[in-house]
Design a protein around this ligand. Structure first.
Ligand code: FNR
Length: 387
């Protein structure tokens, strides 16, 4: 066991030692052969930065505005379904850590803690993530719930007309019902008694907190899962986004765009911003990495919209690289969940503090004193980057 986790990889190790195998793999894994998942990480890692010297960097500022909000650094926590299975009342803990670090937290439609619990824990409302559901009345009700809880930024995820095939989940029996799968998972649970005490027993209720009004059998996670699965609407088009735009008075981010044409359509639909994302490599294996997609979309759209990106960002240095490629900010997924599983609220705080420091140091060594000044000029061979 590492004494002082420093990096996302260190937190991942801790998470692995504390979570039942099927939960660790649910977070860690991706679709298919996990090629896109790997490319997300590799393509950020491969970018080279220009070190500059003798620039006055005595005053470096990581603060910025993100989707109309003052933030301590250009980062928000991405929506993660079932995060509350990774630590006791997991979303509430992570939202508190995010608030302390001065960055937004996004609550997933299929989070465990309800909006009100997260807002109260953090002292401020989270961003809310939603998928299109077949039952448009349920969509309207959820939007109202989010608005009433104080959420003003909606992250609308569009890259999940169906769920990607994640083979680790199949191997671990997550994709199966029946006794054999249950026994397989039970064995993995029994190997982690600390998790049983902290989360399975200490973290109840383990249901989809935001959907309790929609799902009648409110104590059974399987009933929730069945409802959500039946609600995925694969017939959604841009016309439905126009409808959604009319329903939501706050800021709207479209999450899950990878293609330049789709990015233009998102701008035309009246969205306030785009999250360039391949769902952390969990949907279309073989899709381009997000660094690659971001580069193309940023070049095409320029300053027309607010561009966020997620997937494969594993450090403050990667955050800087995403900004250099044209993003205004990043979302992080697995890193915060690993830190949450490995160290609860304190773990997420520590991760965010490290990344802020890392961003500040990177800015000092590249000669950028303000977040808004970070750009392609900070990348080596920036005129012809081949990723
Ligand atoms: C996700 N993601 C996700 N996205 C979303 O819009 N709603 C959701 O409920 C979830 N759930 C979810 C669960 C888990 C375990 C993971 C790993 C991811 C996608 C997430 O918001 C984000 O796009 C990716 O995690 C970004 O990639 P990195 O940072 O994990 O590499």
């Amino acid at each position: 066991m590492l004494s002082y986790p420093a990096t996302a990889a260190d937190w991942r190790q801790r998470a692995r030692s504390r979570l039942p195998r099927f939960l660790f793999d649910y977070v860690d894994g991706g679709a298919g052969d996990e090629a896109t998942l790997a490319a997300n990480v590799q393509d950020f890692a491969a970018l080279r930065l220009r070190q500059r010297v003798l620039v006055d960097v005595a005053q470096v500022d990581t603060r910025c505005r993100l989707v109309g909000q003052d933030c301590a650094l250009p980062l928000a926590l991405a929506p993660i379904g079932l995060a509350g299975m990774m630590a006791r009342r997991g979303e509430a803990q992570a939202a508190r850590a995010a608030a302390a670090a001065g960055v937004p937290f996004t609550l997933s439609t299929v989070g465990i803690c309800p909006l009100a619990e997260v807002a109260t824990a953090a002292g401020r409302a989270p961003w809310f993530q939603l998928y299109m559901l077949r039952d448009r009345g349920a969509v309207q009700a959820l939007l109202q719930q989010a608005w009433d809880a104080g959420s003003r930024t909606l992250v609308f995820t569009v890259d999940l007309p169906t769920t990607g095939l994640r083979h680790r989940d199949t191997r671990n029996g997550l994709a199966h019902g029946g006794t054999r799968a249950a026994l397989l998972r039970a064995g993995q649970v029994l190997a982690r008694p600390g998790w049983v005490a902290r989360v399975a027993l200490g973290g109840k209720p383990l249901t989809f907190g935001n959907l309790t009004r929609q799902v009648p059998d409110g104590r059974n996670l399987n009933a929730f899962k069945a409802w959500v699965d039946a609600q995925f609407d694969a017939s959604v088009t841009w016309a439905d986004i126009a409808w959604l735009r009319g329903q939501w008075k706050g800021r709207l981010l479209i999450k899950g765009v990878l293609d330049v044409q789709d990015a233009r359509a998102a701008v035309d639909s009246g969205a306030d911003g785009i999250v360039v994302s391949n769902h952390g490599g969990r949907q279309l294996d073989g899709a381009p990495s997000t660094a690659r997609a971001l580069q193309a979309i940023a070049q095409d759209l320029g300053a027309q919209t607010e561009l966020l990106v997620d997937g494969g960002i594993r450090s403050g240095v990667d955050m800087f690289k995403a900004l250099a490629l044209g993003a205004h900010g990043v979302l992080i997924g697995r890193p915060w969940v690993w830190a949450l599983a490995g160290g609860g609220e304190a773990g997420v705080r520590q991760l965010l503090a490290t990344w802020q420091r890392e961003l500040a140091v990177t800015m000092m060594l590249t000669g950028a004193t303000r977040v808004a000044d970070i750009g392609r000029q900070h990348l080596e061979d920036y005129k012809q980057i081949d990723i």
